[in-house]
Design a protein around this ligand. Sequence first.
Ligand code: AMP
Length: 396
Amino acid sequence: MFNKKTIEDIDVKNKKVLVRVDYNVPLDENLNITDDTRIILSLPTINYLIENEAKIILMSHLGRPKGVPEDRYRLDPVAKRLSELIGKEVKKFDEIYSDEIKDYIDNKMNYGEIVMLENLRFDPREKANDSEFSKLLASLADVYVNDAFGAAHRAHASVEGITHYLPAVAGFLMKKEVEVLTSLLESPKRPFLTILGGAKVSDKIKVIENLLGKVDSLILGGGMSYTFLKARGYGVGKSICEDDQIDFAKDMLALARKNNVNLLLPVDIVVAKEFDSEADKKMVSVQSIPEDWMGMDIGDRSIELFKEEISRANTIFWNGPLGVFEWDNFSKGTKSIATAIAESGAVTVAGGGDTIAALKKYNLFSKFTHVSSGGGASMELLEGKELPGIASLMDK
Ligand code: AMP
């Protein structure tokens, strides 16, 4: 349940509405946007504000500038792409705030029009959650809308600080993300299966712990599974393994048993001689990973085992590739599991940058019920944490 006020609970007509969006999109070396998903996901909120004749003031961060303007992180390509998508001019300012910008919004801009401020992270006060900076941003508008789910876990000035100075509500994307992800925790259609992969256990400690109290089964694959395999007593050769997390892994194996969670690890592995796309490879069972080889993907028997579990589930959450999927020689596990999830008929939710890259690579993106736009934010929500960008919005 989403218990925060949204854009539909507040009067936006003929109001100046400041919208925090997440336009942190990937750019190539010529500053072309290589993936505009995040811009597309903001359109329902923007179109609603156009229809309701608000003055729309957009603000976002992009990349990791160090608190000063850097041309390669300017928002011009984003404004251009948004303008193409909505068929309407988006006036882009080269600063975050100035008296001219305020004058333009107050006196020259028409209702139903859109402007965009410059990259918020050109000012160090954004990340510092500086109250004077929040006030300055707030002075541009009557209402604040947060639609930047991908930034909701950051207590930054445009995300948290600003909510102290304007009526603050959620946009449509924010609402949808929170509803889908909290329903996984609160009321999943059972059996509920989570599949976690990716490189490191240490990134996912809290998620694993929290989900072990919620799921019926948990599959662990990818780089992180070797720490768990070692905790179960297998030799893992040169595979990536976090020795300082082995005790945690043992605790999680015990917690799974206590909670009656079916925790599945790979039963066979594609190992390689070295970390290289063309390295010699072979498939071995987990009992016999050679000492000087490393695990790069799950093997065929693991794929079949995991597919059976997928076919039994009615809700599936997936985060993290099951092998080094960027290289074709080690992508079979990730591709097979992603396809099986997409075709399962279950409620399917995915999140995380690499997971989304895999879904795009295999043309499966649109086959999932929901793909979260926020990697870090979705994981923190599934850890059971309160996110500052959500908590600070007005209650219903
Ligand atoms: P993460 O950012 O934690 O989701 O990790 C994603 C990365 O984990 C991807 O770049 C994968 O190539 C990598 N990965 C998955 N499986 C393995 C593995 N067995 N060995 C090394 N890296 C892996």
